[in-house]
Every structure is written in structure tokens, then in C-alpha cells.
Write a protein that binds this ligand. Structure first.
Ligand code: HEC
Ligand code: HEC
Ligand code: HEC
Length: 289
């Protein structure tokens, strides 16, 4: 009898749960700025990335239950289930804005269910906990990477090799973009002499980007990409062709394409998205002031 009631209550909770959860299932991915109180869990406010350490602990315990279950080592499986529930409950108190993502009862129920040593029931109960992990990750993982793991270009400056001025990174991109247009537009308009001068300046400016990689990378090997041989050969070929009496448009546009694709585009695909997310958050914060 008691069992039956318990079953019914569980079932009702499941239905209710599904009903409560479904309106929140957004179709669009929204990269929302992480809540302010999360900053206590990350440098500079905390020495380490504490939140991430907690995540690894939970994940270790969660996995530990199943690894031990596979070996029928129940004492250790139970120990890990308890470990998971404890860390999970602690975590649920750390970031008030996120407390609704947690289902502490599900984590505690999981501990009891592991004690039944019934793999099918354990798997079922684990899904109720696992769902809460996944929901929060879907909503917040990329935002947290953007805020706390992606290094900023804000403090990077470059020395413009043409007018020898120090320029901040974002502004330098505009200088570079205009320099590239200088080559394309002037050549397109048949002003080959101006295009040749523009190509020489553009090459110097482009290759100056190499000076920035070591601000974030320790491995010099990354310089094979975006600022490596393919792009530098294309820049040389473009310049050499423009220096001839009758530059061949096919050769010019092919090399323009290589620079645009192997250089600008591929570097943007790798490095620019996070900068854009952060810029939008900053604009929002400005607008609120
Ligand atoms: C309230 C939100 C939230 C909940 C609930 C949550 N996580 Fe996380 N988790 C995060 C965030 C945010 C990160 C990214 C942390 C970072 O990269 O610094 C993360 C990262 C992780 C990572 C590292 C992933 C990676 O690729 O670096 C693991 C593993 C992980 N979580 C496991 C779990 C498990 C297991 C649960 C459930 C038992 C869980 N998390 C519940 C927010 C949450
Ligand atoms: C503001 C910091 C920053 C600067 C400056 C920067 N990168 Fe990166 N780059 C990153 C981060 C972060 C990643 C992601 C993975 C990582 O940390 O290596 C990455 C990834 C890459 C990757 C993908 C492979 C890999 O190692 O992860 C390449 C290739 C790369 N960068 C090349 C370059 C080159 C070439 C330059 C200089 C022209 C450069 N980067 C400048 C931050 C930067
Ligand atoms: C080494 C990687 C890298 C290369 C190569 C690169 N860019 Fe960028 N670019 C970035 C990053 C990172 C940003 C984001 C900077 C910011 O917004 O502060 C950016 C931003 C820009 C912007 C927007 C600037 C702003 O403030 O809105 C333009 C325009 C641009 N790049 C043009 C180019 C052109 C054209 C080329 C090729 C001739 C190029 N970039 C090559 C990394 C690169």
C-alpha cells in the first residue's frame, strides 16, 4: 500500500516536473551573462576556479557510482552516491541566482536508491539528477567560458609598422581592414601603382599580428596558422604580381582570397566569437547605466 502511494506520488512529481520544466525549454540558445555572485568562485576573487573544481568532484562521484556498480562494489558505489549528494547540496547554496537549477531531493533520493543495489532503479534515479546538470550546462556553460576562461584582447596593443603609432587591438583590426580594402579597391579601379604601395603596407601590417600570439599562447607552433606560410606566400605573390607591367587579375584575386580565408576568416572563427559575446554584455551594461 505504502509502496503504491509512494509510486503514485513519484509519478505525480514526474508529471509536475515535466510540466514545470517544459515552458523553460527555450528553442533559442541565449548566451546570458553569468550571475554576479558567481564571480566569488573565480579569479581574481578566488584563487582557483572553485566552481569548476566542484564540478569535477561531482562528476567524479557520479561516475564513481557506475564504475563501482559495474564491479558490484556496493560499499564504494554508496560512498560515491553520498559524496555526490553532499557536494551537490553544497553547490546549490553557492550561487543564489542558480538555486532553482538544483534538485537536492533528487540527489538525496539517488543515495537511497543506490542502497537498493538495483541497477535499473539506480539508472532511473540518476537520470533525474543528470537532467539538472544538463539543463544548467545548456544555459550557462558557454557564458561561463566566455566570462572566466577566454583571455581578453582589451589590453593588447600593437605598434603599427607604417605610422609607428601604438594602437589597441580592436582599432588595429579596423586599420588592417581598411589597408586590405586599399589593395582591393585601388586594383579594382585600375590604379595599380597605388594598389602596389597599399599591398606593401598591408603586408607589413598583417604580419605585425604575429607579435600578439605570445600574449596568450606559449607554443610558437600556433604561428603556422593565420599568420603562417600560406598567408605570407599569398601576400608576397600579390605584391609581386602588382609590381608587373600588366598584373593578372586572376592571380591577384586568388591571393586576396587566400589571405581573406586562411587569415582573416579562420582567425575570426577561432578567436572572435567570445569577444563578440562580451562586447554585447558590455553594451547592455552601458545601456542600463
Ligand atoms: C547551476 C548550474 C550547474 C549545475 C546544476 C551543474 N553544473 Fe556542471 N558546470 C556548470 C558550469 C557553469 C560549468 C563551466 C565551469 C567552467 O568551465 O569554469 C560546468 C562544468 C562542468 C564540468 C566540466 C565540463 C568542461 O567541459 O569543462 C563537468 C564535468 C560538470 N560541470 C559536471 C556536472 C555534473 C555531473 C552535474 C550534476 C550532478 C553538474 N555539473 C551540475 C554549471 C552547472
Ligand atoms: C587574447 C588571447 C589570444 C591571442 C592574442 C591569440 N590567441 Fe589563439 N587562441 C586563444 C585561445 C584562448 C584559444 C583556445 C585554445 C587555447 O587556449 O589554446 C586559441 C586557439 C588558437 C588556435 C587553435 C589551436 C590551439 O592551439 O588551440 C590557433 C591555431 C591559434 N589560437 C593561433 C593564434 C595565432 C597565430 C595568434 C597570433 C596571430 C593567436 N592565436 C593569438 C587565445 C588567443
Ligand atoms: C590573429 C587573429 C586575427 C586575424 C588574422 C584577423 N583578425 Fe580581425 N579580429 C580578431 C579578433 C580577436 C577580433 C575582435 C577584436 C575586438 O572586437 O576587439 C577581430 C575583429 C575584427 C574586426 C572588427 C573590429 C571591431 O572592433 O569591431 C574587423 C573589421 C576585422 N577584425 C577585420 C579583419 C581583417 C580584414 C583581417 C584580415 C586582413 C583580420 N581581421 C584578421 C582577430 C583576427
Amino acid at each position: 500500500m505504502e509502496n503504491k502511494t509512494g509510486f503514485r506520488v513519484c509519478w505525480m512529481l514526474l508529471v509536475l516536473g515535466a510540466w514545470f520544466v517544459s515552458p523553460a525549454l527555450a528553442k533559442d540558445v541565449v548566451i546570458k551573462e553569468p550571475p554576479a555572485s558567481l564571480s566569488k568562485q573565480y579569479p581574481p576573487e578566488s584563487k582557483e576556479s572553485k566552481w569548476l573544481d566542484i564540478m569535477h568532484k561531482m562528476s567524479g562521484h557520479f561516475g564513481g557510482v557506475f564504475i563501482n556498480m559495474g564491479q558490484k562494489d556496493w560499499p564504494n558505489a554508496e560512498k560515491h552516491a553520498q559524496g555526490l549528494a553532499d557536494v551537490y547540496e553544497d553547490a546549490s547554496k553557492l550561487v543564489p541566482e542558480w538555486k532553482d537549477y538544483f534538485d537536492v531531493k533528487a540527489a538525496k533520493d539517488f543515495v537511497s536508491v543506490v542502497k537498493t543495489h538495483d541497477p535499473a532503479e539506480i539508472s532511473k534515479a540518476s537520470k533525474l539528477v543528470g537532467k539538472t546538470c544538463g539543463k544548467c550546462h545548456d544555459d550557462n556553460l558557454v557564458a561561463v567560458w566566455t566570462r572566466y576562461h577566454w583571455p581578453s584582447v582589451e589590453n593588447i596593443k600593437l605598434e603599427d609598422p607604417i605610422d609607428e603609432k601604438e594602437v589597441e587591438y580592436g582599432k588595429y583590426m579596423h586599420v588592417l581592414s581598411n589597408a586590405f580594402k586599399g589593395v582591393r579597391v585601388n586594383f579594382g579601379d585600375g590604379k595599380n601603382d597605388i594598389a602596389l604601395k597599399a599591398a606593401k603596407d598591408f603586408k607589413k601590417r598583417y604580419m605585425e599580428l604575429k607579435s600578439t600570439c605570445s600574449k596568450c599562447h606559449t607554443h610558437p607552433g600556433v604561428k603556422q596558422f593565420f599568420v603562417g606560410e600560406d598567408v605570407s606566400k599569398a601576400l608576397d605573390a600579390m605584391e609581386a604580381e602588382l609590381a608587373t607591367d600588366k598584373p593578372n587579375p586572376g592571380v591577384i584575386w586568388k591571393n586576396v582570397g587566400i589571405v581573406g580565408q586562411e587569415g582573416c576568416k579562420k582567425c575570426h572563427l577561432t578567436h572572435r566569437s567570445y569577444v563578440i559575446f562580451r562586447d554585447v554584455w558590455e553594451e547592455e551594461a552601458e545601456a542600463k547605466k
